[in-house]
Design a protein around this ligand. Structure first.
Ligand code: LLP
Length: 430
């Protein structure tokens, strides 16, 4: 029960209040909602480029060669990929679909690494045909299939072994990948033998080692632990005659959603590169695959309040975006800042911000102090990563529009999906 003060938005560069109106770069959020409707994802091009630039600067300063590969899964909209391709980034993909997106956006196949635990033979063939730089392999059987597919294609596939270093990344269990109990990676005990096996196969060439321990990680320590284990394996493999040309550190650097204080890309990369150099591997290429830390805080989901509803238990703000549009709160209990587009003064109530989908898990935020009226526009911040890419059509809801702001210009980069598009390919019975 207090007067609302203008919220500070730390960690959200280029999304800020000008007077009492929320702006994305120079564009008023309310104007975007007027023009394009809601719910709409809006991204700041400058914020994406600046986050990418932090990695590029760290790479440029390092004596160790660093190859930057954006993890497409975080946000795969063509215009977003295009922004990064134009900055010279390569890409980390996990499906043939992501590969086609990268190519459609102007990315170079020769700077694409193909990750993922379940690549199909058809996806491998596509990747070989366009000439991706490396397949990150996760099992002996996958190695055998790739060798066969490469033989059929008359090619030699470059491969890295993704090992599971068994470290606790200290993140949500659903987004932790580097524990023994996770499905990801090759067990350390099996990695050297598998490296030896690749030498016997004529259509694969072992060039690298990879690990990815999880996502939304907010300290460097688990990475250093994983790196030491990875470098131990490189030493063991090379003692047996293998030659490991690159070391892929994966992605996973966290962002500030509300109170987290993750290291900057520079502060994350510097100690890892220093450790690699100190252990005598400074002449290898180091690959990194960041996703969230490039796009996460460059995006917001704009949604309009449909109804304010108070029960004896709670105050609810029912908004027009639901868990089908942004699933992170429902799936990971993610806490994302909700900022009003126009700040009102008056009596703040504590609202649960919920969507129109018929599920009790359909909430975007809980217990937020806001001064609200029906029709008010809200922005769910930190929605640039794992937002639109995880959106679904549940309840026959078309997915949101996407808008990219560049200075004072606004570009509609994906129109709102229509219901007709949802059932366009369906067939009625005869
Ligand atoms: N490389 C590999 C092999 C990955 O599996 C991932 C993410 C990345 C790179 C990029 O990680 P990032 O830098 O974005 O943390 N949907 C979840 C996140 C799942 C991440 C899966 N793998 C969420 O919304 O939190």
């Amino acid at each position: 029960m207090k007067t609302q003060i203008l919220p500070a938005l730390p960690g959200h560069p280029h999304i800020a209040y000008v007077d009492t109106s929320l702006h994305i770069e120079q564009v008023n959020a309310s104007a975007i909602a007027e023009t394009f409707g809601t719910p709409t994802y809006v991204y700041s091009r400058t914020a994406i480029e600046q986050a990418a630039r932090q990695y590029m600067d760290a790479a440029a300063r390092s004596p160790v060669k660093v190859a930057l590969r954006y993890a497409v899964k975080a946000n795969s909209t063509l215009a977003v990929l295009q922004v990064l391709a134009r900055q010279g980034w390569g890409f980390d993909i996990v499906s043939g679909g992501e590969l086609q997106r990268v190519l459609a956006a102007g990315g170079e196949a020769g700077k694409v690494v193909f990750s993922g635990v379940g690549k199909t033979a058809a996806e491998m063939r596509l990747a070989l045909d366009v000439g991706v730089e490396c397949f990150n392999l996760e099992s002996p059987n996958e190695l055998a299939v790739l060798n066969r597919v490469a033989q059929q294609a008359g090619k030699v596939a470059q491969v890295a072994l993704r090992v599971n270093p068994d470290v606790d990344a200290g993140t949500h269990p659903y987004i932790s990948t580097g524990l023994k109990s996770n499905k990801f990676g090759i067990a350390q005990e099996q990695a050297v033998a598998l490296a030896m096996q690749t030498a016997l196969l004529p259509h694969v060439r072992l060039v690298g080692i990879a690990s990815h321990i999880g996502s939304q990680i907010t300290s460097v320590e688990p990475y250093l632990d994983a790196l030491d284990k990875v470098l131990d394996l490189v030493e063991a493999m090379e003692r047996k005659g293998a030659q490991i040309e690159h070391i892929d550190l994966g992605g996973g650097l966290g962002i500030r959603y509300s109170h987290e204080t993750p290291p900057t890309p520079q502060d994350w990369l510097a100690p890892l590169l220093a450790r690699i150099a100190a252990r005598g591997f400074g002449h290898r290429t180091v690959m990194v695959e960041p996703g969230r830390s490039i796009v996460g805080n460059a995006g917001a989901l704009l949604t309009r309040t449909l109804y304010l509803k108070s029960t004896p238990a709670k105050h609810f703000a029912v908004v027009d975006a639901g868990m089908n549009d942004l699933i992170r709160p429902a799936l990971y209990e993610a806490e994302q800042v909700v900022a009003p587009a126009e700040v009102r003064t008056g009596l703040a109530l504590h609202y649960d911000i919920v969507g129109p989908v018929c599920e009790s898990a359909d909430w975007l935020a809980r217990d937020r102090a806001l001064v609200l009226e029906e029709g008010d526009l809200l922005a769910v911040l930190s929605s640039g990563a794992y937002g639109m890419v995880m959106a679904s059509n549940y309840n026959s809801r078309g997915r949101p529009a996407e808008v990219l702001v560049d200075g004072a210009s606004t570009h509609l980069i994906r129109p709102r999906e229509t219901v007709e598009q949802l059932y366009a390919s369906e067939r009625l019975l005869p």
